[in-house]
Write a protein of this length. Structure first.
Length: 160
């Protein structure tokens, strides 16, 4: 295997062309370019291929949440429906093919400002129910901000 450097938009485009059972960029490009597979199923994958396979889907290190390859999330923002898919270590915004490295970047890619992306992106549970992706995080890893202490020492306007 050889490594190549490509831009984020080209990487996103490759993954937007993915079909079922294509788990690597190599598999996608082999189909698109009409290449014959160089190995049979009896051959062992190379070290580089194994490294790529571990990166499939999307993994959020901060909350230690792994989204399997192909896992889809969705939302509506300002009247527009958006969908994204975990692909190749990124979130792939299906509306425009942009690859994002976090949920927050994904939200910014659709024009939001300063929101909790974990509460605004949703997934379909196995029973079809819509659930926020925040339900997939380990609660113990979420740091909460301290509430601002309220003091009663501020005078009422009537007292001034």
């Amino acid at each position: 295997m050889r490594s190549i450097n490509i831009s984020t938009d080209v990487f996103a485009k490759i993954w937007s062309l993915r079909q079922a059972a294509e788990d690597t960029e190599d598999a996608i490009l082999r189909r698109v370019l009409g290449c014959v597979s160089p190995r049979t199923d009896t051959q062992q994958p190379t070290v580089q291929t194994a490294r790529v396979n571990r990166a499939l889907g999307f993994h959020d290190r901060r909350f230690d949440v792994h989204f399997e390859e192909g896992f889809e999330i969705f939302r509506n923002y300002e009247g527009t429906d958006y969908k994204a898919r975990a692909a190749g270590g990124h979130w792939l915004l299906l509306n425009n093919g942009k690859a994002c490295v976090s949920l927050n970047e994904l939200s910014q890619a659709i024009g939001t400002k300063g929101e909790n992306a974990w509460m605004n992106w949703f997934f379909s549970a196995p029973n079809g129910e819509r659930k926020p992706v925040s339900q997939l995080r380990d609660e113990s890893k979420i740091r909460r901000r301290r509430p601002i202490a309220r003091t009663d020492s501020i005078p009422d306007l009537e007292d001034l």
